[in-house]
Write a protein that binds this ligand. Structure first.
Ligand code: 3PG
Ligand code: MG
Length: 372
């Protein structure tokens, strides 16, 4: 069982918290475009603050070398806005400057450190035990009585700040992590049948593996496809121009009757009217629905109708409904539908791995090093 924040008394303690507030940035200004992931970690921070804990927060934004790799100063401003009070920020992770701020931190205060991916050891893929020896962990762990990992969207990464504290400090899943894991387990183990899984989006490589695994494990009763995954399947049936993936042929051979494909597309960029009708019908017949990825190029008004109609149909159905993936969450939020879904996950890759039945490195480590 996953250790959670119920398993430790944080009152007056110093707590190191790893969150995932990696956010979409405006390409020209590098300003945060959507603070949704930041909102999702506020309950954990509030709970610790209410316990009068000293809270040291670690997070990342982008990847070194990528355009959206920035400092976390504006993330601190967003957290302050959402908390309704100033939190502290320092543009350093574990150097003298950061340590100075950590030593000055009072009970009930929150300090966000800079982008942890500035540190070269962060993105090395290692075990928790190996990461525990890294300079980052050695320098910071001594200022913590406990570690909370609330970074579900990064929980598939074997990175230093995600794993390294776990063998060293009493470690717990944060409230978001706890909820995310609970909801995926619900979807795969308990959700009522028939279960409909819908995949779309601009990539299909991973989706195909997820689709095959869900069918093989009998977790999905039907799989409906839009976006690039649909194109990949239509190609195998000679209805779309693109290289045919061997895995797709295999899935079609074995599970054709469980698949719902568009009967027509608009320039290959959205599903057509007839498909929308068929898709809505399938949605109304499902007891549980999962969706990841828009049905078309949702950002362009011209190709957004399929996605809108499908999301609205899910939102108004009485089925258990779950959504995942950054683009899907953004589309749901844009349409103001989040409250109408049973759950919208912050995960992309991490959620995908869980749907494949894999145990995430962060969750594995939290369980492995759980103290009685
Ligand atoms: C994400 O947004 O996918 C997570 O924050 C993990 O980031 P990464 O994909 O760059 O490792
Ligand atoms: Mg990613």
């Amino acid at each position: 069982m996953l250790p959670t924040m119920d398993d430790f008394d944080f009152t007056g303690k110093s707590v190191i918290v790893r969150v995932d507030i990696n956010s979409p940035l405006e390409p020209d200004t590098l300003r945060i475009m959507d603070n949704w992931r930041i909102k999702k970690i506020i309950p954990t921070l509030k709970e610790l603050k209410e316990k009068n804990a000293r809270v040291i927060v670690l997070a990342h934004q982008g990847r070194p070398g990528k355009w959206d790799f920035t400092s976390l100063e504006q993330h601190a401003e967003e957290i302050s806005k959402l908390m309704g009070e100033e939190i502290k920020y320092v543009d350093d992770v574990y150097g003298e400057k950061a340590i100075n701020e950590i030593e000055k931190l009072e009970k009930g205060e929150i300090l966000l450190l800079d982008n942890v991916r500035k540190c070269s050891e962060e993105m090395e893929k290692k075990s928790a035990e190996e990461h525990a020896r890294a300079e980052m962990i050695q320098k910071l762990a001594k200022y913590g009585d406990a570690f909370v990992n609330d970074a579900f969207a990064a929980a598939h990464r074997k990175h230093c700040s995600l794993l390294g504290f776990i063998p060293v400090l009493p470690s717990f899943a944060g409230r978001l992590m706890q909820k995310e894991v609970e909801m995926v387990e619900k979807l795969l183990e308990e959700a009522e049948r028939p279960r409909l899984f819908i995949f779309g989006g601009g990539k299909y490589e991973n989706a195909i593996d997820v689709i095959e695994k869900l069918l093989k494990d009998g977790k999905a009763d039907k799989i409906m496809l839009g976006g690039m995954p649909a194109n990949a399947f239509l190609a195998a049936e000679g209805k779309y121009e693109m290289e045919v993936d061997e895995r797709v042929k295999r899935i079609l051979d074995k599970y054709r009757e469980k698949l719902v494909l568009p009967v027509g597309t608009i320039d290959g960029k959205d599903i057509d009217e007839e498909s929308i009708k068929i898709f809505k019908d399938e949605i109304s017949n499902a007891a549980s629905i999962f969706i990841s990825g828009p049905m078309g190029v949702f950002e362009e008004e011209k190709y957004s109708r399929g996605t809108k109609e499908v999301l609205k149909a899910i939102a108004s159905s009485k089925a258990f409904s779950m959504a995942g993936g950054g683009h899907t969450a953004a589309a749901i939020n844009k349409l103001g539908l989040e409250e109408k879904f049973s759950y919208v996950s912050t995960g992309g890759g991490s959620l995908e791995r869980m749907l494949m039945g894999e145990r995430l490195p962060v969750i594995e480590a939290l369980i492995k090093f759980k103290r009685n």
